[in-house]
Design a protein around this ligand. Structure first.
Ligand code: FAD
Length: 460
């Protein structure tokens, strides 16, 4: 009998397993992926969001509790549990030291490799290095790590003192006797069937940016067992990705860059939104949502050579043609429609006087308008990049309290069951997203869940 069974193999699971082991518990960490694919979406990540009242060696300036809370309230539109949010913000302050204590290294802003950020700290070597370091640490502490090990959880309430969990390895069910369970196995973004349930056929046009192993069965089972829910099953965090990306696990490099430098058309060859509207960090998700609403969940970014030359090279080369009509033929579009869209756009741009218009020009009399960077598309070759919605995470989770205990709908804790990471993130991020918060939620609540599960097991 082990004290703590941790379901999952990313940041949240590893923080939970390490914290539980450091609290004296015996711990099994069951990662569904094979060893070579361990680490879930954490492998793709790079930074996390930390509160600090004064400059630190990793972050300039300050990012106070009030700053954090104000931004969180804004992006969630108030759909956040205020107590849990404040707990997260407060505990985030100690996470750099805690992770550093486990051997994790951070990017020194003085190296100049990344723009300094007062909000987030970057892992040296990114999420892969984070994952490798935390696995090494967990192993070193004596956590029993199983790969190719899917945790399944019964939908009925188990007898007192049991978790109702089994492990499936190589197609066979292996019973696992554990006093407590930490569910840290992500959302259901890789489960196309479940996405279809909430999004209909549109789900067939989605690309999953991360691991194929987060399919949400543990979440479903806990909800069936009576766990209260948090968030909204129809909400996903979506960004604009290249439609040629692999269906799963393409990671961060598949994001479509440079939308503000061109125009975006749907499959009828017509524009449908202001490409200059959002030039903030959230522009990727703004366009992910817009493309998710397009017919066939596909759109194309159309630019010309000067616009392409302003961009860093992308992982997929743009599709090129010497004329706009030729581009339309290559894409299988109605030539007349795309030509009319580009001509109409060019007529509406007028000469751009960059000295008097720092936003690089805007259209006049065009619907929808382009409010920034409205430069005519006139210099061949002309280019197209196909865009699809890329899902980062789903927005439904189980309800938890400040001890990371999973709560039933009536507010009572499910005996011996804890949760961390995206499976409970909707308690805090009921809507929207702030860069770097997903890992902070995983690390802070993973640590709490590990400590609480260890204490609970010892009481049992
Ligand atoms: C491309 C990309 C970039 C990102 N960049 C950032 C970033 O820079 N900063 C940030 O804060 N967030 C980022 N995120 C989000 C962040 O990666 C996730 O929110 C975070 O990794 C979640 O951590 P986790 O440990 O809970 O889940 P994951 O890292 O996704 O791990 C879930 C784990 O559970 C395992 N699993 C699933 N089901 C089972 C089961 N039944 N039994 C056993 N194991 C199971 C999976 O194999 C996986 O290892 C990014 C996401 C993507 C896709």
């Amino acid at each position: 009998m082990c004290d703590v069974l941790v379901a999952g193999g990313g940041n949240a699971a590893l923080c939970a397993a390490i914290a539980a082991r450091q609290a004296g518990a015996t711990v099994i960490l069951a990662e569904r992926a094979p060893r070579a694919m361990r680490g879930g979406n954490t492998r793709h990540s790079r930074n996390f969001r930390i509160m600090h009242d004064a400059p630190t060696p990793l972050m300039p300036g300050a990012y106070t509790r009030d700053d954090y809370w104000t931004e969180l309230k804004r992006v969630t539109g108030g759909r956040t549990d205020e107590d849990l949010a404040h707990l997260l913000i407060g505990r985030s302050a100690g996470m750099v030291d805690w992770l550093a204590g486990q051997g994790v290294r951070f990017q020194d802003p003085a190296d100049g490799d990344l723009p300094p950020s007062r909000r987030t700290a970057f892992f040296l070597g990114g999420g892969k290095a984070l994952v490798n370091t935390l696995y090494a640490r967990a192993e070193g502490l004596g956590v029993d790590i199983l790969y190719d090990a899917e945790v399944r959880v019964g939908r009925e309430t188990p007898p007192d003192g049991e978790t109702g969990a089994v492990i499936i390895r190589h197609g066979r069910e292996e019973p696992v006797a554990a006093r407590t369970l930490v569910a840290a196995c992500g959302g259901f973004q890789a489960n196309i069937e479940s996405l279809r349930r909430h999004w209909g056929e549109a789900a067939d046009g989605f690309i999953i940016r991360g691991t194929p192993y987060c399919t949400g069965e543990v979440l479903d089972a806990l909800l069936a067992r009576g766990a209260g829910s948090a968030g909204d099953p129809t909400y996903c965090h979506i960004v604009a990705v290249d439609a040629r990306s692999p269906r799963f696990d393409g990671g961060i490099v598949t994001r479509v860059l440079g939308i503000a430098g061109g125009i975006v058309v749907d499959r009828t060859g017509r524009r449908f939104a202001d490409e200059g509207r959002d030039i903030t960090q959230s522009r990727y998700s703004t366009w992910g949502d817009l493309v998710a609403g397009c017919p066939g969940q596909i759109a194309w970014l159309i630019t010309d050579t000067p616009a392409q030359e302003r961009l860093a090279p992308a992982v997929f080369a743009p599709i090129e043609a010497g004329t706009v009509a030729g581009l339309a033929r290559t894409l299988g579009f109605d030539e007349a429609a795309l030509t009319a869209t580009v001509d109409g756009f060019n007529r509406a741009t007028g000469p751009s006087d960059r000295a008097s218009d720092p936003d690089g020009g805007h259209t006049e009399g065009l619907i929808p308008a382009k409010t920034r960077h409205a430069r005519p598309i006139v210099t061949p070759p002309f280019t197209a990049v196909p865009i699809r919605p890329g899902i980062t995470a789903t927005g439904l989770g189980v309800r938890v309290d400040a001890r990371a205990r999973v709560l039933a709908a009536d507010g009572r804790p499910l005996d011996g069951v804890f949760a961390a990471g995206p499976i409970m993130a909707a308690n805090i991020l009921g809507r929207g997203y702030l860069a770097g918060m997903a890992l902070t939620i995983g690390a802070v609540f993973g640590r709490i869940a590990g400590q609480e599960a260890a204490a609970h097991a010892q009481r049992r």
